[in-house]
Each structure stands twice: as structure tokens, then as C-alpha cells.
Design a protein around this ligand. Structure first.
Ligand SMILES: [Zn+2]
Length: 183
């Protein structure tokens, strides 16, 4: 009898793909495959990623001053957690990025202050802008949220091979449909 040795696609609850993003439940252990390259040869321990997201409207408060902005940002903040896996190569890249980002942030802050001193624009407006640019140039962490709702996180940063292995998100599921006892 010939038995197919092709691996069955891993059944994953609470993880989908949607237009170039991973949709995940807010606190979930992801499958044991590298999030970047989909390799099953991953580090033994899962990496716990803490994710924070505030709705974009909080930026509108920035011209009113730093305090209203910070208060709104903290009040509207949504958080989540993902325990995910990386292969050796991508774990090394993550460590390099984690060291490089603070350096770039400090450099951009100094740059922002220098720019503020030669223009009339408020320094307090320029520093956060410079910081955000730095975060986009050198995104910190493995995945980063574009939206966090009360149930789900929409995350950029996962590799294509990892994403196409996930089922398509139809937008109607929520955590109640994925109770672990029923799977
Ligand atoms: Zn990898």
C-alpha cells in the first residue's frame, strides 16, 4: 500500500490571512513554522510578541499639545499578544533589528531637534514625526499591527509562504466560534 507522505496542511484555529496581512486572535500560540519563511525548522521556544495599537484619530489631537494626545492614546489603546516561531536565520535578523531600531530612533530624534532649531516648527511636533518615520524604516519586532479590534489583530510582517498556508479570513468569525473545546 502506498501511503502519501505529503504533509497535510496544519489546521490552525484563530489565524487567517486577509489582503497581505495575518488576522489572529488577540492571544494565541501560532503554528510551529517560521513566520517569515514558513520553515518548520524553528527555534525550540516560542517568541512572545506584545502588540499595541491606537486608532489613527489620536494623531489629530497632537496639534492641541502632547498631553491630550498621550491621554487619548493611552485610553484608546488596544493590546494583544502572539506567541510565534522563527527559524535561526530570521531570529538572528530580528535581534539585529531590535538593536538597530533604538539607534535609528535616537538619531532621528536628534535630527528632528536640529530641524526644529532651524525652522519655526515646534520641536514637540517634529520629534514624534521623526520617531514614526524611524519605526517605518526599521519596523521593530516580527509582526506589527495595522488594527487591533476587541477580538482580532490585523498584522503585517509575515512572509508570503506562511500567509498562503492560512485560510482566508471571511470577516464573520469571532472568538466565540473558536472555542477550543469544540475543535
Ligand atoms: Zn525563517
Amino acid at each position: 500500500m502506498i501511503v502519501s507522505i505529503e504533509r497535510e496542511p496544519e489546521v490552525v484555529s484563530g489565524l487567517w490571512r486577509a489582503s497581505g496581512q495575518v488576522v489572529a486572535l488577540r492571544d494565541l500560540t501560532w503554528p510551529r513554522r517560521c513566520v517569515r519563511c514558513n520553515s518548520p525548522q524553528v527555534q525550540a521556544r516560542a517568541l512572545t510578541v506584545h502588540l499595541r495599537w491606537s486608532p489613527p484619530w489620536v494623531w489629530l489631537l497632537l496639534p492641541l499639545g502632547l498631553l491630550p494626545y498621550v491621554i487619548a492614546r493611552v485610553m484608546a489603546r488596544q493590546t494583544g499578544r502572539a506567541r510565534l516561531f522563527l527559524c535561526r536565520t530570521h531570529e538572528r535578523q530580528r535581534v539585529v533589528s531590535a538593536i538597530g531600531t533604538p539607534i535609528l530612533l535616537v538619531a532621528s530624534t536628534i535630527g528632528g531637534m536640529a530641524l526644529a532649531s532651524i525652522t519655526n516648527v515646534s520641536m514637540f511636533l517634529l520629534i514624534p514625526v521623526a520617531g514614526v518615520i524611524a519605526l517605518f524604516v526599521f519596523p521593530r519586532g516580527v509582526v506589527f499591527p495595522t488594527i487591533i479590534t476587541s477580538d482580532h489583530m490585523f498584522l503585517r510582517g509575515a512572509g508570503t509562504a506562511f500567509m498562503i498556508s492560512l485560510p482566508e479570513y471571511d470577516g464573520i468569525r469571532d472568538s466565540a466560534d473558536l472555542h477550543p473545546d469544540l475543535t
